[in-house]
Ligand binder design. Structure first.
Ligand code: ZN
Length: 236
């Protein structure tokens, strides 16, 4: 089926799905779109030692406001390994555009998160996992690419009882081909209040964005390109 706003999203018809929810605009939009399409959404967030921990509080509020059937926050300390500006306080968040894969890439993060989502999906007898990955206006993360998501889906069908017994597991990334402006429009259309989401890599304790990191810049440009007022809260 074709969803409203040109987003093709299969009708959930009450089926259960696990939805990765970071507290940012993209994952909130994914959750809202999935709920609107009739999926019973089990939202999953990770307290992984990220420097923008305030996003967990945003995720809790969003799960409730957007109608998730349940929400779990898993503690999983990726800061034990570090290796990213998001998990190692000694690595600064870049405030100007750079080349290549940025230091805000968290090693294997989406593989870790999707694996946990897969485990929860099996226990829920859910066969669908939603992720807000985007491959258009994004930061160059290898684990946001469609090829990666297809490979994870293939693995999931080999790895699980559901897959072996003939229930196909699907990784659904409804935003993957959308430009940031399209995501902004979809967010508004689905009833997401952008001011309640936290995208910034170094948001302050109140959840306000820095305005200069890669994530803030991509997001701000999305509002400009969409021709919509940016209600994001920025630190003074
Ligand atoms: Zn920022």
């Amino acid at each position: 089926m074709s969803g409203q706003g040109g987003l093709p999203l299969e009708a959930g018809s009450g089926r259960r799905a696990v939805v990765l929810l970071s507290g940012g605009l993209d994952s909130a939009t994914t959750l809202a779109a999935a709920v609107r399409a009739g999926w019973a959404c089990y939202a999953l967030s990770f307290d992984y030692g990220q420097r923008h921990g305030v996003e967990i509080e945003a995720a809790r509020r969003l799960a409730s406001a957007l109608g998730a059937a349940a929400h779990r926050v898993v503690r999983l300390d990726l800061a034990v390994f570090g290796g990213s500006a998001l998990t190692d306080p000694a690595i600064a968040v870049p405030e100007t555009p750079g080349e290549g894969i940025p230091v805000t890439y968290v090693p294997a993060r989406n593989t870790v998160f999707l694996s946990m989502a897969l485990a929860w999906a099996e226990t829920l007898d859910a066969h669908d996992i939603f992720i807000g990955a985007n491959a258009v206006d994004y930061s160059g993360y290898p684990d946001c690419r469609p090829d990666y998501l297809a490979a994870f889906e293939a693995m999931a069908n080999l790895a699980t009882r559901a897959g072996v017994e003939g229930s196909r597991i699907r990784i659904r990334a409804p935003l993957v081909d959308l430009a940031k402006a399209e995501i902004v429009r979809l967010a508004i259309e689905c009833g997401v209040d952008p001011a309640t989401t936290v995208s910034c890599y170094q948001a302050d304790a109140a959840g306000r964005g820095c305005g200069v990191c890669d994530s803030c810049r991509l997001r701000a440009r999305g509002f400009v390109d969409a021709g919509l007022p940016d209600t994001t809260r920025y630190a003074p």
